[in-house]
Design a protein around this ligand. Structure first.
Ligand SMILES: N[C@@H](CCC(=O)N[C@@H](CS)C(=O)NCC(=O)O)C(=O)O
Length: 408
């Protein structure tokens, strides 16, 4: 068999395969509408994978040794793959006309005043462990001491892109006994056919979605359950800091939390370049700020820190590689990395971080970005033990004692 294609790869140049059958990516982006999933097929089982392998080997041998020249094979596969990839991306990760990822808005919003319509003792939280948005809610629930008040069901990413309750990375559906999160959404009085995202706060009594926007949910957990919480005194959004929290969110949400997705789901080079520049510009600013400030808003941990933390903890494990956030790793930022360790070491936070589930969730299930399903090794410095190395940030604040005293 000729190995020339390995030695000199002319087909890897920028020359495009263009026939009348090639689909125009811009057209694809405009014409395809999003469907409801960011997660994708499960790791194929070994038998299927062997069969596919055998089929591919036979096909390749047949084509290679007969008439089809390697260049044509590669260009054909490349064209088919690019088209298929754009179709998948257009549906899984909707983008604007420039190819930049635009996250669909959450359908069920809520604020603390609306909680009065619900019986607080019959609410249930649905989460998925890989998900950074769901992770926010688990952290605030733990810090406020609401574990006994708000039970949780943990969904796993499923083969068909839906959140499922199969016990692989989570639990059964303890509130409704459903097989998928989509089924839970559908139980509501008026039904539902939109994106069935996690996290989701559910009213068991009324069979209704209370909220599926993580930021709203952490605000509710922070201040709406104080009568029932073990730590009612901990306020992660004190009135005096609200303005500063919002200022940070205006930067951190688009450029960091959603910014890593804008890098990973970019469908043009320009969209990626813009996203990556926004992301690392913001990380540089944050690193400078955290040199002299214990937390984002000063001495006290706030919900702004919780939101930043759940992206930082996944950064070197996943986003750096899979979402092409490659300029730097968090471990290379002295202050950001120590800040991340500082939060990780707050009692109860580490228990909410399932590092393996984070890696499996992205590498094994986010199929369009990792079709081979190979899960990279955990980068050194990301392990639980490394995250417990001293952060030496106590001296930056005087409130440490208070924070730790109230979280028990
Ligand atoms: N804005 C939402 C985003 C939640 C979200 O996108 N969750 C993803 C998992 S990381 C999801 O459930 N995706 C499933 C889908 O889109 O169908 C929030 O912050 O709560």
């Amino acid at each position: 068999m000729s190995t020339s294609f390995l030695q000199s790869p002319p087909f890897l140049t920028t020359k495009k395969f263009t026939t009348s059958k090639t689909v125009d990516p811009k057209h694809l982006r405009r014409s395809l509408r999003p469907i409801n999933s960011l997660n994708s097929p499960k790791t194929p089982n070994p038998t299927t994978s062997n069969n596919v392998q055998n089929l591919l080997t036979t096909l390749t041998k047949l084509l290679w040794s007969k008439t089809l020249p390697p260049q044509l094979l590669i260009s054909t596969v490349r064209s088919v793959w690019t088209t298929t990839w754009l179709i998948m991306m257009s549906q899984l990760a909707p983008s604007d006309p420039t190819g930049s990822y635009s996250r669909p808005t959450s359908q069920f919003r809520a604020n603390v005043n609306q909680l009065s319509r619900h019986n607080l003792t019959t609410l249930h939280l649905y989460v998925g462990l890989p998900c950074p948005w769901a992770h926010r809610t688990l952290i605030v629930r733990a810090l406020k001491g609401l574990e006994q008040v708000i039970p949780v069901s943990v969904a796993s990413p499923g083969v068909d892109g839906l959140w499922v309750f199969d016990g692989v990375m989570g639990t059964d559906d303890n509130a409704n006994g459903c097989r998928t999160l989509k089924e839970v959404y559908k139980l509501r009085k008026d039904g539902y056919d939109g994106r069935s995202t996690a996290p989701m706060l559910w009213d068991v009594e009324k069979k209704e979605v209370v909220c599926n926007e993580s930021y709203d949910i952490i605000q509710l957990l922070n201040s709406g359950f104080n009568k029932l919480a073990d730590n009612p005194g901990l306020d992660l959004e004190p009135p005096s800091l609200k303005g500063r929290i919002e200022e940070w969110n205006r930067v951190i949400y688009p450029y960091v939390n959603n910014g890593v997705y804008r890098c990973g789901f970019a469908q043009t080079q320009e969209a990626y370049d813009a996203a990556v520049s926004d992301l690392f510009g913001t990380l540089d600013t944050l690193d400078d700020h955290l040199e002299s400030s214990r937390y984002l808003c000063g001495d006290l941990l706030t919900i702004a820190d919780v939101c930043l933390f759940t992206t930082l903890i996944r950064f070197d494990l996943v986003y750096n590689v899979m979402f092409k956030c490659t300029k730097k790793k968090i471990v290379e930022y002295t202050n950001l990395h120590a800040y991340m360790r500082d939060i990780y070491q707050i009692p109860k936070v580490a228990e909410t971080c399932n590092l393996k589930a984070m890696m499996d969730g992205y590498y094994n299930y986010l199929f369009p970005l990792n079709p081979g399903n190979i899960r990279p090794i955990m980068p050194s410095g990301c392990e639980h033990e490394a995250l417990f190395r001293p952060h030496n940030r106590e001296s930056l604040s005087s409130a440490d004692e208070n924070l730790h005293a109230t979280i028990c």
